[in-house]
Design a protein around this ligand. Structure first.
Ligand code: FAD
Ligand code: NAI
Length: 464
């Protein structure tokens, strides 16, 4: 039994929870964080953002060495894949970063509890460790940051090996011969790209009649063309009815077509909030119909003193969204101020080329009745993209026709994930397309494509 009266107990040490804990400690609160996994960092650091990006980087290098360097006049021969080294490097990146979070907790004097947290009452949480030992932690306020897990699909029998989730797909011990992915969303495209680059045949089955539902349709269409050219096979409008394993083979069944034989299946149809076994019922706290914990503008639930942020509440399931919420939540607790501008949260798909957006899609603006004018610029007309030999894609800026204020920016192309930062700052500052167009952008850079798209909003792009 711990008698320490903490000012704040955070449940979950993902990017939402650990950042909130550190910020709260910086603000002078006495903070504890309970995490059931041995390593800190949550889904993002352990089995999400970081390991997937490590593999995307390594597989891109391999692909470049085997197929991309010749056009630069660099001849290489005898290129071989050493998958175990690639996976070990990924694991090392993860371990370094998760240990880094432990170091940050020490530096900021955040007390760490290891085990599964469950509410007994609003300020009282039990922590059960792996051996079953239970201790009780008391805190004036509790912040739920328990994240999300894979949404299951009836009939798809996850066996933790051949039929698995992104977690297994980050560690396949050999390159699959044929990988079937259920869901053409972010995970399907990123991890599909990894294994296709390493030599797997990849088939993506998607329920909708398009890939990347929710993304601006023009970008999604362009992306589909590029990924198809890269060797991914998409089957759209497909209703999967089951996936079973027999030895080292799997069979995926779907309505209206022949069963697909393969050696690995990746289920990636979305994620759902982690609220099970948290003791929410003892607080009288219920979830909404999507399973999210409802909160007010300051991330407080209907139970005073109990807060929630990140994947466990509504909104995009993104690490930086969870972080912003964690910071706003604890800053509001201490200072009375704290705000997240959801219109300025970018999202990035780390494929090659990358796809990045901030603000609403054209379709969402139309549906909301918000008028817009549009300026686009293709990377094929950008000098740096030519020099890189990466000319696929475009920058599109949507601005208000009367005020010229930037409403959204959508980019598919080289380093789109880095380029979108300028757009997010522009939206945060309430900039106009003219503001971007009149800002000097170094030459020759990919960012000039953003400037040109801003000029194009006013019909005066210079290089097209
Ligand atoms: P999480 O990171 O899920 O952390 C929650 C933590 O709470 C976990 O460590 C869990 O063990 C712990 N926990 C849960 N219940 C309890 C309990 N009862 N007691 C104690 N501990 C508990 N987002 C991006 O922005 N960029 C990306 O590139 C990106 N790539 C991704 C790739 C993959 C393969 C996946 C799966 C996700 C990716 N995401 C990415 C999404 C990102 O990982 C999540 O949005 C982010 O981790 C959410 O942060 P969080 O703090 O809300 O929750
Ligand atoms: P997703 O929501 O991105 O995509 C799921 C896809 O599966 C959708 O296209 C959906 O229409 C489809 N689908 C749903 N039910 C289906 C069914 N029964 N059969 C076939 N298709 C079906 O979810 P995903 O890829 O699992 O990723 C989960 C979340 O993780 C993302 O929403 C994102 O928030 C986060 N993530 C973020 C990344 C990034 O920021 N780069 C990378 C990876 C994940």
């Amino acid at each position: 039994m711990s008698e320490t009266p903490f000012d704040l107990l955070v449940i979950g040490a993902g990017p939402g929870g650990y950042v909130a804990a550190i910020r709260a400690a910086q603000l002078g609160l006495k903070v504890a964080c309970v995490e059931k996994a041995p390593a800190l960092g949550g889904t993002c650091l352990r089995v999400g953002c970081i390991p997937s990006k490590a593999l995307l980087e390594s597989s891109e290098r391999y692909h470049e060495a085997t197929q991309g360097l010749a056009q630069h006049g660099v001849k290489v021969s005898g290129v071989e894949l050493d998958l175990s080294t690639m996976l070990a490097r990924k694991d090392k990146v993860v371990t370094t970063l998760t240990r880094g979070v432990a170091g940050l907790f020490k530096k900021n004097k955040v007390t760490r509890f290891e085990g599964h947290a469950s509410f007994q009452a609003p300020g009282e949480v039990t922590v059960t460790d792996a051996e079953g030992a239970v201790q009780t932690v008391h805190a004036k306020r509790v912040l739920i940051a328990t994240g999300s897990s894979v949404t299951p699909l009836p009939g798809v029998e996850l066996d933790g090996d051949r039929i698995g989730t992104s977690t297994e797909a980050l560690s396949y011990p050999s390159v699959p011969e044929h990988l079937v992915i259920i869901g053409a969303g972010v995970i399907g495209l990123e991890l599909g790209s990894v294994w296709a680059r390493l030599g797997a045949k990849v088939t993506v089955l998607e329920y909708l009649d398009r890939i990347m539902g929710g993304m601006d349709a023009e970008l999604a269409k362009t992306a589909q063309k590029i990924f198809t050219r890269q060797g991914l096979t998409f089957r759209l409008g497909v209703k999967v009815t089951g996936a079973t394993v027999d030895g080292d083979r799997c069979v995926v069944t779907y309505e209206g077509g022949e069963p697909l034989a393969c050696d690995r299946v990746l289920l990636a149809i979305g994620r759902r909030p982690n609220t099970e076994n948290l003791g929410l019922e003892r607080l009288g706290l219920s979830v909404d119909k999507r399973g999210c914990i409802p909160v007010n503008a300051h991330f407080e639930t209907s139970v005073p003193g109990v807060f929630a942020i990140g994947d466990v509440i509504a909104g995009p399931m993104l690490a930086h969204k969870a972080e912003e919420e964690g910071i706003a939540c604890v800053e509001h607790m201490v200072t009375g101020y704290g705000h997240v501008n959801y219109d300025a949260i970018p999202s990035v798909v780390y494929t090659h080329p990358e796809i990045a957006s901030v603000g609403k899609s054209e379709e969402e603006l139309k549906a909301a009745g918000i008028p817009f004018k549009k300026g686009s610029f293709p990377f094929i007309a950008n000098g740096r993209a030519r020099a890189l030999e990466q000319t696929d894609g475009l920058v599109k800026i949507l601005a208000h026709p009367e005020t010229d204020r930037v409403l959204a920016v959508h980019i598919i192309g080289p380093r789109a994930g880095d380029l979108i930062a300028e757009a997010a700052v522009a939206i945060e500052f309430g900039a106009s397309a003219e503001d971007i167009a009149r800002s000097s952008h170094a030459h020759p850079t990919l960012a000039e494509a953003v400037k040109e798209a801003a000029l194009a909003v006013d019909g005066r792009a210079l290089h097209i």
